[in-house]
Design a binder for this molecule. Structure first.
Ligand code: PMP
Length: 458
């Protein structure tokens, strides 16, 4: 039910039920104003023909004409867009109190306690922040303060955030800029499809961790010392990579020998996305535990909420420097109420179970398509974290970058929102809201099949 009204000389469509303006400007005007008013480096999805989304629910997005799109990429809206329980929790707490985090309040401790229950015992001290970037920047400070070392080792193609400190440790970004800082060292991405050691290697986990050991030795030869090894628990920008077994445990061993700490970036991969476990790093077995874990994106289901968790020892060293850590918004009562509601929904709706079932089904469908379409070089993933890599031919494994872009463009015409990742943008990535259904998976696989058949017959 809508009424149309002029406001500030502009026709506005007002949703009478929600009492909210859904569309203030026509799409063309919005685009024109965005181009003029918002920095052009803030890119849009589908830049040749952007989509204007004005409302969403679950795994569905709706444009200004009411067209429905299936969302395969919004891992931030983890439990589903506009989940009523999250909205309710946010509104109720907003109505009651949202105050400075220097006041004592129950939400922050309740939330920390609930998060602690999902983590190994030694990860028990929490710092709440507002974005994945803030979390990683703080992790870097914690690591440096604790180790009193400066250097950082990261995986090739990694992205850890947009702050200056994090661009410096993100090869995905710094390779396009002025380059690599002398305190940053890049280890090979343990990608067994494209990397230096592949699926036919007898022990890729050992081989890739030994490559990191050699880097540590090189760093020491230069008279430098490593403070931290940073890695996503499943490299996503790197192309939806699953670490070979035994990799993280060995890395942690070498990193600790060097007096450094292991930082697991779970900004994309945490909160049950992998299905079988709550955290991506847990896929590497119970005998592996990072020293610092950073989390963000899905944590607040779209509300800016992020966190760093670490050990008492590391947190103790940070406290001992005598400098207060104050974060105006991090851990405020509203954010924590939302965080608690997200945890409740994951549990109550068995979203981890859903990720396992639907993710397994989707991977199975994509693997079937792989037998039919030569362009699909690899299908990999866990839970609802899945990558389908397109290649020009299966022997050279040359990335099919343009074909991947074409597939994404054609899927959009079928009203399926998808995107690419990986060093060559040749990996079709699936990171949908966790309420993604079997029927959604069937529809996506069917459309991919049709489009690839179409492209093969051109
Ligand atoms: N780490 C990873 C792995 C990310 O993917 C991102 C964002 N894409 C960040 C950190 C930074 O998070 P934010 O954009 O919330 O600052």
């Amino acid at each position: 039910m809508y009424e149309h009204k002029k406001r500030h000389g502009v026709l506005e469509r007002r949703d009478l039920l929600a009492g909210m303006a859904l569309e203030v400007f026509h799409k063309d005007e919005t685009l024109e104003m965005r181009m003029k008013l918002v920095g052009k480096s803030c890119r849009l999805f589908f830049s040749h023909d952007p989509v204007k989304i004005i409302r969403a629910r679950g795994q569905y997005l709706y444009d200004e004409k009411g067209m429905q799109y299936l969302d395969c990429i919004s891992n931030v809206q983890h439990v589903g867009h506009c989940h009523p329980s999250i909205t309710k929790a946010a509104a109720a707490q907003m109505d009651l109190l949202n105050a400075n985090t220097r006041f004592l309040h129950d939400n922050i401790v309740q939330y920390a306690k609930r998060l602690a229950a999902t983590l190994p015992k030694k990860l028990c001290v929490f710092y709440f922040v507002n974005s994945g970037s803030e979390a990683n920047d703080l992790a870097l400070r914690l690591a440096r303060q604790y180790t009193q070392h400066q250097d950082v080792i990261v995986l090739d193609h990694a992205y850890h955030g947009h702050l200056t400190s994090l661009i410096d440790i993100s090869p995905y970004k710094f390779r396009k800029l002025e380059g690599q800082k002398d305190w940053v060292h890049v280890a090979p991405l343990p990608d067994i499809y494209h990397g230096i050691y592949r699926e036919d290697h007898p022990n890729p986990g050992q081989a890739y961790s030994d490559a990191l050991k050699s880097i540590i030795e090189e760093v020491h030869k230069k008279g430098r010392k490593v403070s931290a090894f940073f890695a996503e628990s499943l490299p996503s920008v790197g192309g939806q990579i699953i670490f070979p077994s035994g990799y993280c445990k060995k890395i942690a061993e070498y990193v600790h020998e060097a007096g450094a700490v292991y930082v697991a970036d779970e900004v994309q991969t945490g909160f049950g996305r992998v299905g079988s476990h709550f955290w991506g790093f847990q896929l590497q077995g119970e005998d592996f535990c990072p020293d610092i874990v950073t989390m963000g994106k899905p944590m607040g289901n779209g509300h800016p909420l992020a966190c760093v968790v670490t050990t008492e020892e590391i947190a103790g060293a940070f406290t001992a420097n005598g400098v207060e850590y104050f974060n105006t918004f991090g851990g405020n009562p509203v954010s924590c109420a939302i965080g608690l509601a997200v945890l409740d929904v994951i549990e109550n709706e068995d979203l981890r179970g859903n990720a396992l079932r639907v993710g397994g089904h989707l991977r199975h469908l994509l693997s079937q398509l792989q037998t039919k379409h030569l362009i699909i070089g690899d299908v990999r993933g866990v839970g609802l974290f899945i990558g389908m890599e397109l290649v020009k031919d299966r022997v050279s494994r040359q990335p099919a970058t343009e074909e991947a872009a074409q597939l994404v463009r054609r899927l959009k015409e079928e009203r399926i929102v998808m995107s690419t990742d990986g060093p060559w943008e040749s990996v079709i990535k699936f990171k949908p809201p966790m309420c993604f259904s079997m029927e959604d998976a069937d529809r996506v696989a069917m459309c991919i099949d049709q489009i690839l058949t179409e492209l093969e017959n051109v």
